[in-house]
Ligand binder design. Structure first.
Ligand SMILES: *Cc1c(COP(=O)(O)O)cnc(C)c1O
Length: 376
């Protein structure tokens, strides 16, 4: 059994992907070819964002809007501690300070109350609060209504890290339309992934979109050899765009399948485990299906799953504020107790749109063996 079965997906669309790759080989426009434009148009149609700027990966998709807004030394950018490292890394790369915020126990997403404390703390540290990067962790949107209110009251802007959440819906709004800009990743294992590295930035803001398009190609002005700002090489390959076009075409159906599989896990496991909580009027894309158990029991349960041939993974074993590279950033006096606790409790189960009933039953049965130990 695979944790995420990409070959099963490929089997469904292999002929179409082969034809797309052949078309690129035939026209030979490997950089910014027609498939890049076509993909950007299709992504815009899918999520409703006005501008879609594809790019090299999900990390650069976070970096580009921060660069466009001139984030730098002395600025504070608020990030959850319980996330993948890229969320904070981009802030550090620009010389700004990532200020770590705790997360909510139920959704695993950034905690608005902790955010308020972090903003006060950043000011006390002499930093200028500039932006919030909420993460749509495991496929569910953060609580953008609460965050937007805090952003408005503190003159901050929101960059949504939707590397795991593209395709999700928050109170009628699709990922790509929440915050000033949204970033996603097309890393192969993400809900919408390519066969290499890729990413995209979404925004409705014309000026921001123009600057990001310029930054993507060495800070170009009227052409590539007119350089009006310090930029990067952050383009998406034509080949990856070609592959993504076929994956995007089946993405809506896949989201339905992911939700069907998550619903079955919930139904079968809810009596003995704390199953994932999804906010009202919100649809997750289930980048991960994540359970919580006491820290003492997690290793045992994961070992016994492994014995039954069921892979499981811990996302994330160490909160960012405790990572070697980040542990010297100042931490607010309230600390980050939930992030620290969750990193010892969580584990994720196999989850992908092509999971067959037999495999899912095997996962469920392997977990139900722990009925007495978990309840104890
Ligand atoms: C995967 C991921 C990223 C980075 O995406 P890459 O394409 O690997 O650079 C950023 N943030 C989160 C939350 C992620 O899960």
């Amino acid at each position: 059994m695979q944790f995420i079965d990409l070959p099963a997906q490929q089997k469904q669309i292999r002929d179409k992907i082969d034809a797309r790759i052949k078309a690129v080989l035939d026209h030979g426009k490997y950089i910014m070819g027609p498939e890049v434009k076509e993909l950007e148009a299709n992504l815009a149609e899918f999520c409703g964002a006005k501008h879609v700027i594809t790019c090299s990966n999900g990390t650069d998709a976070l970096l580009l809007p921060l660069m466009a807004k001139n984030i730098g030394a002395g600025d504070a950018v608020f990030v959850p501690s319980f996330t993948f490292v890229a969320t904070a890394e981009v802030v550090s790369m620009l010389g700004a300070t990532p200020v770590f915020v705790d997360v909510l126990e139920d959704t695993f997403n950034i905690d608005p109350e902790s955010l308020k404390n972090a903003i006060s703390f950043a000011k006390e540290q002499g930093l200028s609060p500039k932006a919030i990067i909420p993460v749509d962790l495991f496929g569910q949107a953060a609580d953008y209504d609460a965050l937007q209110e805090i952003a408005e009251n503190n003159d901050l802007w929101i960059l949504s890290d939707s590397a795991q959440g593209f395709g999700s819906v928050y109170k009628g709004q699709k990922s790509g339309n929440l915050g000033l800009a949204t970033s996603t990743s097309f890393f192969p294992a993400k809900p919408l992934g390519c066969y290499g590295d890729g990413g995209a930035v979404f925004t409705d803001n014309d000026e921001l979109a123009d600057i990001i398009r310029s930054l993507r190609v060495h800070g170009k002005g009227s052409d590539k050899y007119d350089n009006v700002r310090i930029g990067m090489n952050a383009r998406l390959d034509t080949m990856q765009a070609a592959i993504l076009l076929e994956k995007l075409a089946i993405f809506a159906d896949e989201i339905e399948s992911r939700n069907r599989i998550a619903a079955k896990y919930n139904e079968e496991l809810k009596d003995i485990f704390e199953v994932p909580y999804v906010m009202e009027n919100t649809t997750s894309v289930w980048a991960q299906y994540t359970l919580k158990v006491s820290a003492e029991k997690r290793a045992d349960i994961m070992a016994s799953l492994k014995e039954s041939g069921v892979p499981s993974v811990v996302y994330y074993p160490t909160p960012l504020h405790q990572q070697t590279a980040y542990k010297d950033y100042p931490i607010m006096p309230q600390g980050l107790p939930v992030s620290e606790k969750l990193s010892k409790q969580v584990f994720s189960l196999p989850m992908h749109p092509y999971m067959v009933q037999e495999d899912q039953d095997k996962v469920i049965n392997a977990l139900l063996k722990h009925k007495t130990s978990v309840a104890a």
